[in-house]
Design a protein around this ligand. Structure first.
Ligand SMILES: NC(=O)C1=CN([C@@H]2O[C@H](COP(=O)(O)OP(=O)(O)OC[C@H]3O[C@@H](n4cnc5c(N)ncnc54)[C@H](O)[C@@H]3O)[C@@H](O)[C@H]2O)C=CC1
Ligand SMILES: [Mg+2]
Length: 341
């Protein structure tokens, strides 16, 4: 049985009037080109160089997304020899709690080191940035990259081959020849943490960084429900039949071309846990104990390219991490109830 969605809590916990007025403002900016052009004059801009976001080091040695005001961005563009009208090529991302509009801008055609010097920051690969940014900034960095990539790869109409034209906010592209409107897309993906009651099943693909294991995942096929996709993926990848699906949450994930992750827990019969790995998809899949999982959650790597532990799990922003954390919490609780450490 699926658990009830958690969306109601999410909405109720927000300040209603502030939230609604921000959403209505964004709706207007999305649809009204003139209003969006006006908003660009007092915007906050995230810069990306070939899809890598610009980060800045704080005085305490941590990192944050660099957010530039319009006037600062125009000055920087002038300093690197670019027309300030380039600002209009930004895409609308959202607005801050104070109601200030936020935009993303791809600056990959400009000199990277000159920009880094002007901006007092550095462009960092997004996967690496997820390990460096404070929690609430990762979704914004991901959305900024996803929107830029979608526009870069949807410049032509798939029916006519003619160029598509964006609106000012970047919420859509139109082919004036066929009349088709294209909207940014996400591909639905199921992700599931399978448990046998005392252990959980994690897997790794050959392309993962060394030592990283994650929950099982897979793209939904056309016509499939989330539940069908989940049963099929587990059967395909590890040859097991799951039961007791429990919905956990969802997230946008910017890779490979924007996925919409639907995350669940599931169980298998503890007498039927032998995995039969599809080697075309997975390099390895194995059962992990509570002790191994706790250790991995408590010692995340700081940089996914250096000083890697023998076994580690995706960063806290990834919904796989949320599933693993929830499983560990539930194990801890049941151990307490049974008087175990
Ligand atoms: N946020 C998170 O915590 C996690 C996110 N993910 C994301 O989920 C995605 C899917 O997981 P996988 O196990 O790799 O999927 P998967 O098990 O379906 O295998 C990927 C293969 O499926 C095929 N495929 C079918 N539909 C596709 C589509 N719309 N786009 C691309 N390939 C498609 C391709 O042949 C591809 O090589 C990954 O690309 C990854 O970015 C995966 C694990 C954790
Ligand atoms: Mg998979």
């Amino acid at each position: 049985m699926l658990q009830p969605f958690k969306l109601c809590n999410l909405v109720l916990s927000r300040s209603f009037s502030g939230y609604v007025s921000r959403i209505r403002y964004l709706m207007r900016l999305k649809e009204d080109d003139e209003a969006c052009r006006e908003a660009l004059k007092s915007g906050n801009f995230l810069l990306y160089h070939k899809l890598s976001p610009l980060l800045r080091k704080t005085s305490s040695g941590t990192y944050k997304l660099a957010s530039l005001k319009t006037s600062d961005l125009e000055q920087i563009l002038e300093n690197v020899g670019k027309d300030t009208h380039f600002v209009n090529e930004s895409f609308l991302l959202g607005c801050t709690d104070k109601g200030e509009p936020q935009f993303s801008l791809e600056v990959g055609d400009l000199d990277r080191s000159a920009l880094e010097k002007e901006c007092r920051g550095m462009f960092v690969d997004l996967r690496k940035a997820f390990f460096m940014l404070p929690g609430p900034e990762s979704p914004l960095a991901a959305k900024g990259q996803a929107l830029l990539r979608w526009h870069q790869t949807n410049c032509y109409c798939s029916a006519t081959g003619q160029p598509t034209v964006r609106n000012q906010s970047g919420s859509l592209r139109v082919c004036h020849s066929s009349g088709i409107t294209y909207y940014p897309k996400m591909a639905p993906v199921v992700i599931v943490l399978v448990s046998d009651g005392s252990r959980c099943l994690l897997a790794r693909q050959a392309m993962f960084p060394p030592g990283m294991y994650s929950a099982l995942s897979g793209f939904c096929d056309m016509g499939e429900s989330m539940e069908e996709a989940l049963h099929r993926e587990v059967a395909e990848e590890v040859g097991l039949e799951v039961e007791n699906l429990q919905y956990s949450g969802s997230q946008h994930w910017p890779f490979p071309q924007s996925s919409f992750m639907l995350a669940c827990h599931a169980t298998v019969n503890p007498d039927k846990t032998k995995v039969n790995i599809d080697k075309a998809e997975l390099e390895d899949a194995r059962w992990f104990t509570y002790e191994e999982i706790s250790e991995a959650l408590q010692n995340p790597p700081r940089d996914p390219r250096r000083d890697l532990p023998a076994f580690w799990v995706p960063p806290s922003y990834a919904i796989a991490n949320q599933l693993i954390q929830e499983w560990a919490n539930q194990q801890q609780l049941s151990r307490k109830l049974h008087g175990l450490k």
